[in-house]
Design a protein around this ligand. Structure first.
Ligand code: TXA
Ligand code: MG
Length: 343
């Protein structure tokens, strides 16, 4: 397939390319678009044939639902029913922004989009190019992360090109993602608001609006994929570089001692800034230990760099479970297939 590259870093200057992206989407094509979290692979969420193309291009399991992207909160009424007041309260506080809210869906959202579920995740991205493309398409855009299924989510247009060139109609070359991990996912379709995926908007921030908040066990534990999993993305191996990743929990000295003692061909550290001086192995650094936003911004790019360095074994210094770091921990747990050791 011929893939167009459409530069759109500025919605005024690059208006023409935004219109082209909108037209392709209107006609049932698939387009990788920037958002503030990660790049998404978009299609008209109401067009089942268009949505099927996303699953094919990514190699994504059919039962894993897609979230839909709209440009203003009221548009949720076109796609969801029984919308609680809490939806509007959350939007007023956090949207546009890196939050996905799950509501009961209307029939206009086909089963192909919802993975057969009776609910749909809705998000209003803060990235201006993303919202301009949604408006140009005139519909809601289903968009999972624009990576091949299983590999780390892309935070630059270059990474979308690496994964999807030749497989999609267009890739929008927009700005690099400021957040770096996917949106926080909260469900309002259950009796109690439930956090399914941690992100830049933290559980504590959500609780200020929701009061009660259940944290689904799948956030930090492996889910049993044979059981009915309410948020199917939880059960798949994710975000993985080709190397075997192990998370190493411990202070700087113990972490560095462990990695130095396990040095060898293809062994790399994925470390904090403060570890660098102490390490005798090759490494990629993913930011400052106490700065969750910094770690989030870099984590996926670092996982991809490990592949470029031909890493075979990676020891990643485990982030904390506090604030935004919980989102980073959640992603690394999946990259490491839940292999965690304490030192
Ligand atoms: O930041 C993001 O959310 C990015 C950008 C492109 O917007 N998108 C994204 O989509 O990460 P995706 O499909 O890779 O992740 C959506 C997650 C999956 O784990 C999926 O299982 C869960 O949300 N999900 C989607 N709809 C759901 C629903 N109706 N009920 C439960 N979980 C749902
Ligand atoms: Mg994804």
């Amino acid at each position: 397939m011929n893939t167009l590259i459409l530069k759109a870093k500025n919605i005024e200057k690059d208006k023409e390319n935004i219109e082209i992206a909108g037209e392709i989407l209107k006609k049932g094509g698939i387009v990788a678009i920037p958002t503030e979290t990660v790049y998404g692979l978009a299609a008209d969420a109401t067009n089942k044939d268009a949505v099927k193309k996303i699953f094919k291009a990514k190699g994504r399991p059919q039962d894993n639902p897609l979230i839909i992207h709209i440009s203003k909160k009221e548009d949720a009424e076109k796609y969801a029913v029984a919308i609680p007041k809490l939806y509007y309260d959350l939007c007023d506080k956090f949207c546009p922004g890196p939050l996905t809210i799950i509501l009961k869906k209307k029939d206009i959202i086909p089963n192909e989009t919802s993975g057969g579920l009776s609910s749909v995740g809705i998000r209003i991205p803060s990235d201006k190019t993303a919202r301009a493309i949604i408006d140009a398409s005139g519909t809601a855009l289903a968009a999972p992360s624009a990576n091949l299924s299983g590999s780390p989510s892309p935070t630059t247009s270059k990474r979308c090109i690496d994964d999807l060139y030749g497989k999609v109609d267009a890739i929008v070359d927009g700005n690099d993602c400021k957040v770096g991990v996917e949106s926080t996912v909260i469900s309002l379709a259950e009796d109690v608001p439930t956090l399914y995926r941690p992100g830049f908007i933290t559980a504590d921030e959500l609780k200020e609006v929701t009061g009660e908040l259940k944290i689904h066990s799948g956030v930090l534990e492996k889910v049993d994929s044979k059981k009915n999993v309410p948020s199917p993305g939880m059960k798949y191996r994710h975000y993985s570089p080709k190397a075997k990743v192990t998370l190493v929990k411990g202070n700087k000295q113990n972490y560095c001692d462990f990695v130095n003692n396990h040095n060898g061909d293809g062994v790399l550290a994925m470390c904090f800034e403060g570890d660098i001086k102490c390490l005798k192995t090759d490494y990629v650094c993913y930011g400052e230990e106490n700065n969750g936003a910094d770690l989030a911004k870099n984590v996926f790019e670092c996982l991809r760099k490990l592949d470029e360095k031909n890493a075979k074994i990676v020891y990643a210094h485990c982030p904390s479970e506090n604030g935004i770091s919980l989102a980073v921990y959640n992603r690394l747990l999946r990259a490491a297939a839940f292999e965690v050791i304490e030192v």
